[in-house]
Design a protein around this ligand. Structure first.
Ligand SMILES: Nc1nc2c(ncn2[C@@H]2O[C@H](COP(=O)(O)OP(=O)(O)OP(=O)(O)O)[C@@H](O)[C@H]2O)c(=O)[nH]1
Ligand SMILES: [Mg+2]
Length: 707
């Protein structure tokens, strides 16, 4: 592929709710541009973008992918982001690589949760936003209703640039509101210009059983949006009640590039209707990297600097995605903001503080690689086998190692404990997990030494499901998954006193150790105190620590529930020894026995971890959320009002009650809620619930002994 100057590059990210048609839109763009001769479909699993076996199996995108489209001598790097909430990490990184987004909305389902999320993200990044209303060929497609939803969700900046001609299976073309002409698609992706059809003024809607005007109000909405996108224009509009043609056209385009107006395009990705028009608009009106404001970067000392899009400037490039390829291993996808990356050269990874050897450079088209001779400022490229580089890193120069601000990624909050199905595969599992972790910053792996579990953390069930499938498919390890254990703690309820006797003196080398201890509960968080109150040499000095060792070991294993015991004071008050048969081990055992005996009397309480939960939801869900948190034994601490009709609910909740909160919250709010969770403290668990935990542990132990 030839090298393009920045002025002839467009970096466009497709975002929107899962299933709205982003992957199919990219497929039809490739088809309309002649890059592919036949369109694949998601159903057939043969699209360019959904090339991962998991994607073909699930018929959804699970990972960001891209393809370059060459249209009218301009290179359009189209990034196809997954629309499922579990994979938002990829969307958040991808917005960094784009200069504008297209929000894809299904005309059947309208504005959905991830549509809103994607929109908000583009607003946060101040990226120009266009909307593509897709699936107009489908039964029950409803453009007027979708447009209404767009305006009510995102405001008057939403401006229809096009209207569909024909509905559902009759959908056959597009009426251009800006230029008052029409394009029909009798066959294939190429438009045939035609007159503004009469019918566009009226559209029969059997459902609504009424005729209503659509073109003129839509055009009015467009003119209003143009006027509102610029202070000077609003004045002119208020004075004259409309705007001259040329002003509308210019204003609409400026409004878009200034992210103050969101043009709405219509079409059908499956039928490739309206795609050539969309590509025309991208080439003519979407910002090139040169149109972007210089990029803020952070220099070594923390000083803020800027990087303009200049191929001759110092290198700064951002790694927005890492994928694993079955043949070449790791592939690093990066966007160059200044300078250029050349093959067979070295770049400085400013984030990791190390140099990386760049081999061959290529442009990715789904899973295909097309070699390129360089990746200049404004363009996106890929390189394989960089050992030290991760998503979110910045390439720069050694003498000026600037970095881009890190991408804020959501915290993975769904935890599964996993183990290989087949014994002896622990190493291969560890390798696989490390690789998957490197590729996906929203995937976490931790070894919990307390519960002795390997725990994987992800954004949701689909996310962890995909990762476990990849462990099997790519690393040959099949795993068993179960909810991660909650790290409970044991403690005692009252003071008590007991003896531990370990006496075995029936022939051969005897064992003799007796110790007497008192225990008392300590305030939360005080840990363990051991006091020696032996008088008169009842137990020789060298065995005092042995008793402590035995007690500490038993505490770490827990007495009733397999969870470590904490916050107790043990006072060694008496004991007996034998000059021959007493030993370090004998007194360790006596100490352990004494503890088991004494806690029986003192009563064991289970402590459960309490987390600080912060739940952000649209106001309308507050009641449900609070009711649910109360049912989860949560203590509401307060609420804060946010802009945009959202509320933050702060609560302290037992961790065990919110282990699956990712899933609960999504089902309660239809995916409109978000939450964060941090460990706060331990609290005593109600006895009846504690008993259930203890019974489960005892039962599991008995089962394990039977095997
Ligand atoms: N009838 C019709 N179906 C479409 C159109 N566009 C997409 N589809 C279908 O809608 C379904 C979802 O399409 P995708 O392209 O996978 O949607 P997506 O936005 O990439 O979904 P995620 O990857 O999950 O975010 C598939 O079954 C497509 O065949 C369209 O214009 N018309
Ligand atoms: Mg997709």
């Amino acid at each position: 592929m030839k090298t393009y100057d920045a002025k002839d590059i467009r970096n466009v990210l497709l975002v929107g709710h899962g299933g709205s048609g982003k992957t199919t839109l990219l497929e039809s763009m490739l088809f309309a541009s002649g890059a592919i001769t036949r369109m694949g479909t998601v159903e057939d699993g043969n699209t360019v973008s959904d090339h991962d076996p998991d994607e073909q199996h699930r018929q959804i995108s699970v990972s960001l992918s891209m393809a370059p489209i060459e249209w009218n001598d301009v290179k359009i790097n189209v990034l196809d982001a997954p629309g499922t909430a579990d994979f938002v990490g990829d969307v958040r990184s991808a917005v960094r690589a784009a200069d504008a987004v297209i929000v894809v909305v299904s005309a059947v389902d309208g504005v959905e949760v991830q549509t809103e999320f994607a929109w908000e993200l583009a607003v946060q990044e101040d990226l120009p936003r266009a909307v593509f209303v897709n699936k107009l060929d489908r039964e029950r497609a409803d453009f007027p209703a979708t447009l209404d939803q767009l305006v009510s969700s995102f405001g008057n900046q939403v401006a229809p640039f096009e209207l569909p001609i024909g509905a559902e299976s009759e959908f056959s073309g597009i009426a251009d509101l800006l230029h008052e002409k029409a394009d029909l698609y009798p066959s294939g992706p190429k438009a045939e210009e035609s007159e503004w059809p009469d019918e566009i003024h009226q559209i029969a809607d059997p459902a609504r059983e009424k005729l209503h005007q659509i073109a003129d109000p839509a055009r009015e909405k467009l003119i209003e949006a143009v006027a509102e996108s610029d202070d000077a224009l609003i004045e002119q509009y208020l004075e004259e009640g409309t705007l001259p043609e040329a002003v509308i056209t210019r204003g609409a385009k400026d409004g878009f590039t200034n992210a103050r107006l969101a043009p709405v395009f219509v079409g059908s990705a499956s039928k490739a209707i309206g795609i050539d028009r969309l590509l025309d608009f991208i080439v003519e009106e979407f910002p090139s990297p040169l149109d972007r404001a210089p990029l803020p970067v952070i220099a070594k000392g923390g000083e803020e600097k800027e990087r303009a899009c200049d191929p001759n400037g110092p290198l700064s490039a951002f790694v927005f995605k890492t994928v694993s390829d079955p043949f070449v291993g790791h592939i690093t996808m990066f966007r160059v903001f200044s300078g250029k990356v050349r093959p067979d050269s070295s770049v400085h990874n400013a984030t990791q503080g190390t140099d990386e050897r760049i081999g061959q450079l290529f442009a990715l088209k789904g899973k295909e690689h097309e070699t390129v001779s360089e990746v200049p400022a404004g363009d996106i490229g890929a390189v394989a086998k960089l050992p030290h580089t991760h998503t979110g890193d910045t390439f720069a120069t050694k003498d000026d190692p600037v970095q881009l601000a890190p991408v804020e990624l959501p915290e993975p909050l769904l935890a599964y404990a996993i183990a290989p199905k087949t014994k002896g595969e622990e190493d291969r599992l560890a390798t696989g997990l490390a690789r998957l972790r490197e590729e996906d910053p929203t995937f976490r792996v931790a070894r919990n030494d307390e519960t002795h579990e390997t725990v994987i953390y992800g954004m949701g069930e689909a996310h962890l499901g995909v990762q476990m499938e990849r462990l099997k498919a790519k690393f040959g390890v099949e795993v068993e998954a179960k909810p991660a254990k909650i790290a409970y703690r044991e403690t005692i309820r009252a003071k008590a006193k007991a003896q531990g006797r370990h006496v075995k003196q029936s022939g051969g080398h005897g064992q003799y150790a007796v110790c007497e201890i008192e225990v008392e509960p300590l305030p939360r968080g005080e840990g363990f105190v051991y006091e020696d109150k032996i008088f008169g040499g009842a137990i020789p000095q060298q065995f005092i620590p042995s008793i402590e060792k035995g007690i500490v070991k038993t505490m770490s294993e827990g007495v009733l529930s397999g969870n470590p015991m904490v916050d107790i004071k043990v006072t060694l008050v008496d004991g007996k020894f034998h000059s021959v048969d007493s030993s370090d081990m004998a007194f360790q055992i006596a100490g352990s026995l004494a503890l088991k005996e004494v806690v029986e009397q003192a009563g064991v309480a289970l402590l459960e971890p309490i987390v600080q939960l912060q739940v952000t939801v649209p106001e309308s869900f507050t009641g449900d959320i609070m009711g649910d948190l109360n049912a989860k034994r949560g203590k509401i601490q307060g609420m804060d009002q946010l802009s945009g009709g959202k509320q933050v609910i702060n609560a302290m909740v037992p961790q065990g009650e919110v282990a699956r909160y990712v899933i609960d919250l999504r089902s309660m709010t239809g995916g409109r809620g978000a939450f964060s969770m941090t460990f706060s403290h331990y609290e005593e668990m109600p006895q009846h619930l504690a008993q259930k935990v203890i019974d489960e542990y005892q039962h599991a132990r008995e089962e394990a002994h039977k095997k």
